[in-house]
Design a protein around this ligand. Structure first.
Ligand code: P5A
Length: 445
């Protein structure tokens, strides 16, 4: 993409409504525009990152054998009356009437609807286990929408649901989700720590929240610092292997790590003092096992191996896809702007022409652009007729991890400059080498 043709409404002034850095940078970098409180338009740059995040979620769900599907945002109140949550959900639920006066609502989550899909089609234990998920807009009429996409009213969520014959199978599904989430968040450049949490209006006894540590996080968390050393990395887990998934869960959840809702001072005191940490965190995901709560209420049964009806065991699993943009920026930025991890960057590399209009500089930039494209990479070429300072400012703000700077002086010596946004380190090298270097970085992702 050429920047002269791209819609990138970068703001010069600091937006006054933004209290935290991710909100400020998302507005300044022209990624989002507020439409009304807690509701945003996603401008091209923001939309690109949203889709990158969404794509990682899809890939990791596919790896675990979960099936993608899509349910409507507007749902009839009837099912929610059946489950008892129509009244229980309270003011957070946006209630709507259609022209016939029927009660409808904008989905805040979808346990009821997916259970209805299930009970309409699945009749035998032979069709289990089953896990389906969607990535769909949700609406929760939060009392205090704030911090941009972090606590929105309309937000994009991955919500998955497992259906199993027994508690044991459903707990395997729980463990499997924990494993997939560890890898999903690491691919986004985040360390998200699973912490024992409270199940709130979703219900159930088993639940973990995934928290990214950040001073601006809304949750207070307590944990054993040994947890910070754990990484999932590139392990090849067989998701059908109960013991293997259970072992990962134990490895990542056996140390003390809780949100304030479940915090227990006495248990925390057993952690050696030097390792006790109190911090703030951003909740980027949550997994639940709630047994037969919904299958009881909505009468979802299958015929078991002995011919008798069995109530199915369920769980649900969420990722705050739109919130993740905020969380990633909170964890990856400096005073000049965003620093995207390679896994989610909107463009792979920026090309910065120091002297647009200079024949040699223009030709070298066009050539770099074509070479990156030919390798399947997505470059953003700043070809605008602007001062170099303004170009550097824009590149730093939008945070592409790599930048190639092209100027007449370097070209005379046959070199361009390759700069890492994260370290600020630059290296002069021939253009072909700069291309090869960038291509190698992304080849490993
Ligand atoms: C799990 C999936 C659920 O709703 N039902 C289906 C379960 N869980 S949850 O924890 O309530 O939400 C899942 C994730 O969505 C994000 N989230 C939000 N993101 C932005 N703005 C909001 N107002 C908001 N509310 C929830 C969180 O990341 C949460 O973990």
């Amino acid at each position: 993409m050429r920047l002269s043709r791209y819609f990138l409404p970068v703001l010069k002034e600091t937006p006054r409504e933004a209290q935290i850095v991710s909100h400020r940078y998302m507005l300044q970098a022209g990624m989002i525009k507020q439409a009304s409180a807690g509701i945003y338009s996603w401008l091209p740059l923001g939309f690109k990152v949203l889709k990158k995040i969404e794509n990682i979620v899809h890939e990791e769900q596919a790896r675990a054998g979960h099936m993608a599907m899509l349910m409507p945002t507007i749902q009839s109140a009837d099912l929610w009356r059946e489950s008892g949550r129509y009244d229980a959900y309270g003011d957070e639920m946006l209630r709507i009437k259609d022209r016939g006066g029927r009660d409808m609502l904008y989905t805040p989550t979808a346990e009821e609807l997916i259970t209805d899909v299930f009970r309409s089609h699945v009749t035998s234990y032979k069709d289990l286990p089953l896990t389906m998920y969607q990535i769909q807009w949700k609406f929760r009429d939060e009392v205090r929408p704030r911090f941009g996409v972090m606590r929105g009213r309309e937000f994009y969520m991955k919500d998955g649901y497992n259906f199993d014959l027994s508690k044991e199978d459903a707990l395997h599904a729980y463990n499997r989700h924990l494993v997939t989430y560890l890898r999903t968040f690491e691919r986004m450049g985040l360390q998200a720590i699973p912490m024992r949490a409270d199940s709130g209006p979703i219900g159930g006894d088993y639940t973990h929240e995934f928290l990214v540590l950040a001073d601006t996080g809304e949750s207070e968390v307590f944990y054993d610092s040994e947890i910070s050393d754990l990484t999932f990395g590139d392990r090849d887990i067989n998701f059908d292997d109960y013991a293997a998934c259970q072992a990962v869960l134990e490895e990542f959840t056996s140390r003390y790590a809780r949100t304030d809702e479940t915090h227990d001072e006495a248990a925390f005191a057993e952690v050696p003092e030097a390792r006790r940490r109190t911090a703030r965190g951003i909740e980027v995901g949550q997994i639940f096992y709630f047994g037969t709560t919904y299958s009881d209420k909505l009468d979802a049964t299958v015929q078991g191996p002995d011919g008798k009806p069995v109530k199915i065991h369920m769980g649900s699993h969420g990722i705050g896809v739109s919130r993740l943009l905020g969380a990633i920026i909170e964890a990856n930025h400096d005073d000049n702007g965003i620093i995207w991890p390679e896994g989610v960057t909107p463009f792979h590399v920026g090309i910065l022409n120091m002297r647009s209009g200079d024949a040699a500089a223009d030709a070298a930039c066009n050539d770099l652009y074509a070479k990156f494209k030919a390798l399947g990479l997505d470059p953003l070429y700043d070809d605008r007729d602007e001062r170099a300072g303004a170009k550097f400012g824009t590149m730093d703000m939008i945070g592409l991890p790599w930048r190639v700077t092209v100027g007449p002086r370097g070209l005379k010596n046959g070199v361009v400059e390759l700069t890492s946004r994260r370290t600020g380190e630059s290296e002069e090298l021939p253009p072909e080498e700069a291309v090869a270097r960038v291509a190698a970085i992304y080849a490993n992702l």
